[in-house]
Ligand binder design. Structure first.
Ligand code: SF4
Ligand code: SF4
Length: 497
């Protein structure tokens, strides 16, 4: 193992200090330990990521256990399985509309408070798995990118192999103000992040692991460095590097990373894998992959930062599918709040009116509570600030007008599809024009229709031969017994095909 360092940044976006000044917040009251939330019910949309909806494979009245698959992909689709994070009974299967406008069939589960685990959820002792096995585990665990749009992890692995990437990037750049759920994962599970990174590197066939992190995250850097040192003897064939980046928003987005780390401006249809020969996973995604490998636990929960504009921040671990209302009722300091609820983070989130029927999903890293929404919408004064901050160098004011006037072809020609929905333009606009809502929605629609990078290089073949978990549930105590397996720790003898 070697540990190296680099330092770089892309050139636009926000310094997060400015963002914090803008909100006039006091310093965070930050929890040291992660709280855990045990909701009484779940709403599990079959579509929670960038891709296709899966199909419910349970029936109303059926009992389900923690880790049980309740939704399975149809062959040939870019869907991922969905699993239950509580045990209980399926009470309904019907569509819901997500805050981003997508409609998804959803499985409703009423909890039994027994916390019964599915028999397939059991720790693996002596882990020694092949690259192909890791790919199967990651695929069947329904793991998607947990820091952004939610690209299925198996799609990225396949893409890494297809383009013969040389480096694996672990994205520890959580730059949204008021969000630090990823940092809590590093603080508490740095070893798991490092082991997950090695597992993914092995499955992608690379030996270089670069940790991307803001240089001011001293505590997390120390935790990761210690984890690397602990694993030195196990992973001596791997080279670890820290790449330190300046604190800017939205520095973790793949286009910004391409520019900051490789000096490359990705064009339409290009991605890190095919242009920079690198594959990137968010650190929470990496942690979840390790959980799936070591514990056979599919992606059933995630950390969520819950924050208010007056400085209260809690990081909680909640089952995916927890209704936002239950999440808030179960976390100290938020029960009964009458504030406006933002589903997502401060700059990129969406206001919701129905927290009882809106769940957190695999990509929800934050919930923000605010007291006021600026709804002034004055005329544009052509100050140019929105273009100055746009990290993908498009002109939000022009695109906003074109889209509003139905000139979609012109908007596309001027690069509207590049918008990453960072919210920086709306944030900076002195006229409070909701630029990002219009431009980002337009770009998201285009991406869903397949016009942009992640559908441009044949991702639809990845899901064939999906082996779904289907055994009957057993009691919690019984299901937690370790099983003998062919797998041994540490990872050795990777088969990289
Ligand atoms: S146009 Fe899109 S990418 Fe540019 S600042 Fe606005 S939201 Fe961000
Ligand atoms: S920041 Fe607002 S006012 Fe200034 S050019 Fe952009 S849209 Fe117009």
């Amino acid at each position: 193992m070697s540990v190296g360092r680099r330092s770089s940044s892309f050139y636009k976006g926000f310094n997060s200090d400015n963002a914090l000044d803008f909100s006039k917040r006091s310093s965070f009251d930050r929890d040291v330990m992660l709280e855990r939330v045990y909701p009484g019910r779940l709403i599990l949309p079959m579509l929670q990521h960038h891709g296709d909806e899966c199909i419910p494979n349970v029936k109303i009245g059926e009992t389900v256990a923690i880790g049980q698959c309740v939704g399975a992909p149809a062959p040939g689709t870019m869907a991922v399985p969905v699993h239950a994070g509580i045990s209980g009974t399926v009470t309904a299967i019907r569509p819901i509309v997500l805050p981003d406008g997508r409609t998804s069939m959803s499985v409703f589960i009423e909890g039994d408070r027994k916390r019964t685990y599915h028999p397939t959820v059991r720790p693996r002792n002596n882990v020694n798995v092949s690259a192909a096995t890791v790919m199967g585990i990651v695929r069947d665990a329904g793991i998607v990118g947990m820091g952004g749009e939610g690209i299925p992890a198996i799609v990225k692995i396949n893409r890494a192999k297809k383009f013969k990437v040389k480096e694996l990037l672990v994205n520890c750049l959580q730059s949204e103000p008021f969000a630090d759920s990823d940092y809590l994962i590093i603080d508490e599970y740095a070893d798991h992040v490092i082991m997950g990174a090695v597992a993914l590197a092995g499955s992608c066939g690379v030996k270089i692991i670069n940790i991307l992190i803001s240089k001011d995250r001293k505590k997390e850097i120390t935790a990761l460095r210690s984890a690397m040192e602990r694993s030195f003897s196990m992973y001596s064939g791997y080279a670890f590097n820290f790449i330190f980046l300046k604190t800017r928003f939205p520095q973790g987005y793949y286009r910004m990373v391409a520019r900051a780390v490789y000096g490359v401006n990705l064009e339409e249809g290009e991605c890190l894998e095919n242009r920079c020969r690198a594959v990137m996973f968010n650190c929470s995604t990496v942690y979840s992959c390790w959980n799936a490998i070591a514990e056979s636990m599919p992606l059933v929960s995630r950390t969520v930062s819950i924050s208010t504009e007056d400085g209260l921040l809690r990081n909680v671990v909640a089952p995916i599918g927890t209704p936002v209302s239950e999440l808030l009722d179960n976390v100290s300091g938020f029960k009964g709040s009458s504030r406006i609820i933002v589903w997502g983070n401060a700059l990129t989130g969406l206001q919701i009116d129905n927290p009882e029927t809106t769940p957190i999903i695999k990509t929800t890293s934050g919930i923000c509570l605010i007291t006021d929404v600026q709804d002034i919408n004055s005329p544009c004064i052509s100050c140019g600030k929105c273009s100055d901050v746009c990290p993908v160098s498009i002109e939000p004011d022009k695109l906003y007008m074109l889209i509003k006037n139905g000139r979609e072809k012109d908007a596309e020609r001027l690069g509207a599809g590049k918008c990453i929905g960072c919210g920086a333009c709306s944030y900076i606009c002195p006229s409070y024009i909701k630029l990002s809502g219009v431009v980002a929605d337009f770009a998201a629609l285009k991406r869903r229709k397949g016009s942009y990078p992640y559908s441009a290089v044949g991702d639809s073949e990845w899901i064939d031969d999906l082996a779904l978990l289907s055994a009957d549930p057993v009691s919690s105590a019984e299901s937690r017994k370790p099983v003998s397996d062919t797998i041994t720790l540490p990872f050795e003898g990777w088969e990289t095909e």
